[in-house]
Design a protein around this ligand. Structure first.
Ligand code: GLN
Length: 412
């Protein structure tokens, strides 16, 4: 059988191919020469499978989609305190290239607008790093995420640097307020090189899937960033990734995302997949017109809105039954807070007496950290009630089930 997923992606492209609204960015002269009809999409699951359609091998400059990844690298290199002390996390509600800082702290409002992204680029690698060190760090990091060696579009970079007055003004403003202390020109040069790294939609999809997979690369299996860094990056993308269209995007699409002026659009749906789209004509916010529509359609068709969460809790307790003087709790699926709470609830209101309680975890896929702690605490309390506790756990989903006092439930 051939998977229908690429056919579906092709169908979505076909449905939008005649939409020629919007205009290519022309404030970077070289981008105005780009083929406006390029249109491609790729999706990578957290299991590492990629499906694509259309212009999936065409390279384009990553532009502002570099911002979340540079942010993840800066958090990794410099730690949360240093990064959060330099750049905020508040949606700005302003255009991406606004010359603005937070009123009280004088920090850029967030790392997704240029002011915050230039400051974030400045933080790369180490304090006092050179232009080359920062750019090399971005290139290496993005290449690791894309799982291939990426390179810089020198022509786009040169063209942007020749007309970079706006970003230079932002960098001078940052320097004036002590946010950066390298020469404004150096930081803008490095930032512009970072924005000129060439990617395809397939690269974006796998890069996004790494964030969606809590920082573990879905193809190489390597941990690229810490779980907390992936979460922080996705959170900032959710609030700020689509600039002054972030609220509209969150309500109509509901996928953490980032756009770039070369027409790229990245989505990263936690626990599920990464998506890359390219179509260079932009709307007034600087977001790809067909890219936004494509995401709206995919989110609706495939139930990808972040707020459409499954009711994890109610399905965890598969059955509760009394059998030969034993109370048997059969759990299944992924046990998080709500699922574990339902298990504890059934124990609290159990009236089966004082016999053995069996926790059957054979059908459990995974326990989150809190799920594990709550189930163990439930076992501990059952034992305090004077009952014997038995654990059935064929696959070892609950390793080292220490009940808090160095004792273990009886295994069966
Ligand atoms: N390099 C571009 C700039 O700084 C990136 C902007 C964008 O993609 N929105 O202006």
């Amino acid at each position: 059988m051939k998977s229908p997923v690429p056919d579906y992606l092709q169908e979505v492209l076909d449905g939008l191919v005649d939409d020629r609204s919007g205009a290519v960015a022309d404030y970077i002269p070289d981008l105005a020469n780009a083929n406006p009809d390029v249109f491609g999409v790729a999706v990578t699951t957290v299991d590492g499978r990629t499906h694509s359609a259309g212009d999936d091998e065409v390279e384009f400059s990553i532009q502002s989609i570099s911002k979340p990844f540079a942010y993840a690298a800066a958090l990794t290199d410099r730690g949360f305190d240093a990064v959060l002390g330099t750049v905020g996390v508040e949606p700005s509600g302003e255009a991406f290239n606004e010359l603005s800082l937070e009123g009280d702290s004088r920090r850029p409002k967030n790392p997704m607008i240029n002011a915050g992204a230039i400051a974030t680029h400045y933080l790369l690698s180490r304090s006092g790093a050179s232009v080359t060190e920062r750019v090399d760090r971005a290139l290496e990091f993005f290449s690791e995420l894309a799982d291939r060696t990426l390179s810089i579009d020198e022509s786009v970079c040169r063209s942007e640097l020749e007309t970079a007055d706006r970003n230079l003004s932002i960098a001078h403003m940052l320097r004036n307020y002590g946010v950066i202390d390298s020469p404004a020109h150096d930081v803008v040069e490095g930032y512009t090189r970072q924005c000129s790294i060439k990617v395809t939609v397939r690269d974006l999809a796998v890069m996004g899937a790494t964030l969606a997979n809590a920082g573990v690369h879905p193809v190489t299996g390597r941990r690229v960033v810490a779980t907390e860094v992936a979460r922080q990056t996705l959170a900032v993308m959710t609030g700020c990734g689509m600039y002054d269209a972030a609220g509209h995007w969150l309500t109509t699409v509901g996928i953490p995302a980032k756009s770039g002026v070369a027409g790229g659009l990245l989505g990263s749906l936690p626990g599920q997949l990464g998506i890359g789209v390219v179509s260079p004509r932009l709307d007034v916010h600087g977001n790809s017109v067909r890219g936004v529509r494509m995401f709206q359609r995919m989110s609706a068709d495939m139930g990808m809105h972040l707020m459409d969460a499954e009711p994890y809790g109610s399905t965890v307790l598969r059955s509760v039954r009394a059998d030969g003087g034993e109370l048997i709790l059969e759990l299944q699926g992924v046990v998080q807070f709500t699922g574990a709470e339902s298990v504890l609830d059934s124990l609290e209101f159990d009236e089966s007496g004082s016999g053995t309680v069996v926790f059957d975890l054979n059908r459990v896929d995974r326990l989150s950290d809190v799920g594990r702690r709550m189930v163990l605490e439930g076992m501990r309390r059952v034992r305090l009630d004077g009952r014997e506790v038995v654990l059935v756990d064929r696959d070892g989903v609950l390793p080292d089930p220490d009940l808090g006092d160095g004792t273990y439930p009886k295994a069966r």
